[in-house]
Ligand binder design. Structure first.
Ligand SMILES: Cc1cc2nc3c(=O)[nH]c(=O)nc-3n(C[C@H](O)[C@H](O)[C@H](O)COP(=O)(O)OP(=O)(O)OC[C@H]3O[C@@H](n4cnc5c(N)ncnc54)[C@H](O)[C@@H]3O)c2cc1C
Length: 493
């Protein structure tokens, strides 16, 4: 299966071509470092591109000061990883381990050069993506998440980081907490952590915008790529995680160009990197709460009250999962009740039976995925069969899997447990069934996220945005309000 980048361990270091090196030199200044001198410290913004000309740079543990890897950066190699694109902070410390001379270019100049000379951009992004993959998979980071399985707030942070492919180091033992370079982050929330990582609004707040894209599911991310490529100053505002619903899919097999499949999170993360390469900014996790028309465009109001204005707005807010009317549901959300089955949730299922509610493809994919790790998977379906709601190939896989039991004509009645979910009670055609399970996945469809549109655009009877011919507009994506467009699942029809 494809991932977010190449395998660094099999990639031979490749020097820049002479002409490209000359172009980098033209925007850089030269600097000297003595052995042991820090070049960029963990937590410092990646505000410059650093290429080693002479000497050697090592990766150091920001807490202990020890060298972290045997391999070092040698002449011709450069520092940094994908957070360079948004000026995010270093998550590890880089330090000279020999007399070292570097070429250092301001981030904005380097980004301009990468877009003007695509071969330089490709070279840098290939290495940055492979590095992100390596540090994400290895969990090498000053950002430490401890005890996620025992604390819902910490679990929410872990899920946010995981879904956004942000590297963090995970520990299972000890008091649950989230820390940065050894210092605990008080009351950790995804937003607090995002602020540390420069993912909040600061990166984009000062720009005058052509377009605000609300929502970073596949539709919003695709628009972000095209807007950037067309030279528009665009900002994407996302309230949860890049990828939207698709980000929760462990394996997408029907997307052109990925014959061996790719997870939804990796697919959309690649799109985000591509959009950032073209200059599109992202702010998250931030919710757009209202839309207002102004003389020269539109303004959106964010949670927290800030206003952002642009000539146009693209609605890409998709849909949100439906809940079940069950006592204590909210108390167990994040503590045994989930609406997505990603690697993060799967890790919590290894010692337990799992219940998946729903008869659609999302429920089917989740059941298949979880059956690899859980003791057993029960799929609860209200209808008498899956034939009407699930693709045949998926249904057949579920029916053939001895680790999965499908309960048709069944429904969930009760959730039990102290601080976490421990048991569910189900009514089946043959009577009541109690299942000891620490993970319940509710996958029963979704409703459109259109409340924030403040009545400015026409919706259909179910709350989806009417577009194109439905509102007499010339473009398929135009809404009834000129200047506001809609794409993806949020559209009617
Ligand atoms: C488990 C699963 C597996 C799937 N597998 C496949 C598959 O294999 N093939 C396939 O074609 N489709 C698949 N789908 C369906 C596919 O994921 C969706 O059709 C697609 O994600 C819709 O994209 P979207 O961008 O329109 O909306 P969404 O993916 O719903 O994204 C909308 C985004 O907007 C954000 N948002 C909402 N409101 C606000 C707000 N007010 N402010 C800021 N942000 C907001 C949300 O957080 C979300 O990230 C799957 C879906 C799921 C759940």
């Amino acid at each position: 299966m494809e991932t977010i980048g190449g395998d660094l361990s099999t990639m031979a270091p490749r020097p820049f071509a002479d002409g490209h090196l000359a172009a980098i030199r033209a925007i850089s200044t030269s600097r000297d470092y003595g052995p042991g001198e820090v070049v960029l410290e963990s937590g410092a913004p990646q505000d410059r591109f650093v290429l080693v000309e002479e000497g050697e740079i090592e990766v150091a543990d920001p807490v202990t000061g020890e060298r972290l890897h045997a391999s070092t950066l040698k002449p011709g190699q450069f520092m940094g990883e994908l957070a360079f694109l948004n000026g995010g902070p270093m998550t590890l410390t880089m330090r000279a381990c020999a007399p070292t001379r570097t070429l250092e270019a301001p981030r904005s100049s380097m980004l301009r050069l990468m877009s003007e000379v695509p071969e330089i951009g490709d070279h840098v992004l290939t290495v940055f993506s492979a590095r992100r993959r390596r540090i994400f998979e290895a969990g090498d980071s000053s950002l430490v998440v401890r005890g996620a399985s025992r604390n819902p707030a910490v679990a929410r942070v872990a899920s946010f980081l995981n879904r956004n492919r942000i590297p963090f180091h995970e520990e299972t033992e000890g008091e649950p907490q989230v820390s940065w370079s050894g210092t605990p982050i008080p009351d950790p929330t995804p937003r607090a952590v995002a602020r540390h990582l420069g993912l909040d609004l600061t990166a984009a707040a000062t720009q005058t915008l052509d377009l605000i894209i609300v929502g970073a599911g596949p539709a919003g991310v695709a628009a972000a790529v095209y807007a950037g490529a067309e030279g528009l100053r665009a900002l994407v505002v996302e309230d949860c995680a890049i990828g939207g619903q698709a980000g929760t899919s462990s394996r997408i097999e029907n997307y052109m160009g990925f014959p061996t499949g790719i997870s939804g999170a990796d697919l959309t993360f690649r799109g985000q990197v591509q959009a950032m390469k073209f200059g599109t900014s992202f702010a998250m996790p931030r919710t757009v709460e209202a839309l207002a028309r102004r003389d020269d465009g539109f303004c959106v109001t964010l949670d927290g009250g800030e206003e952002l204005c642009a000539r146009s707005v693209l609605v890409a807010t998709g849909v949100q999962y439906r809940r079940l009317p069950l006592d204590r549901l909210e108390a167990f959300e994040g503590a045994g009740v989930y609406y997505a089955a990603t690697e993060m949730e799967a890790r919590l299922c290894s010692e337990t039976e799992v219940v998946v509610v729903g008869g659609g493809n999302s429920a089917g994919q989740a059941a298949m995925y979880l059956s690899r790790v859980a003791k057993h998977v029960h799929v609860l379906v209200r209808a008498a069969s899956l034939a009407e709601t699930m693709s045949a190939y998926l249904r057949e896989r579920l029916e053939a899997d001895p680790r999965i039991t499908i309960h048709t004509g069944s429904q969930l009645d009760r959730l039990d447990g102290d601080e976490r979910l421990e048991r569910v009670v189900v009514t089946t055609p043959s009577g009541r069934l109690s299942v000891d399970c620490r993970a319940l996945f509710i996958m029963i469809g979704a409703a459109p996220n259109t409340d924030w549109l403040s009545g400015l655009v026409e919706l259909d009877g179910h709350g989806f945005v009417r577009t194109g011919a439905q509102v007499g507009a010339p473009s398929s994506f135009a809404t009834s309000c000129p200047g506001v467009f809609a794409v993806g699942d949020v559209r009617s029809g």
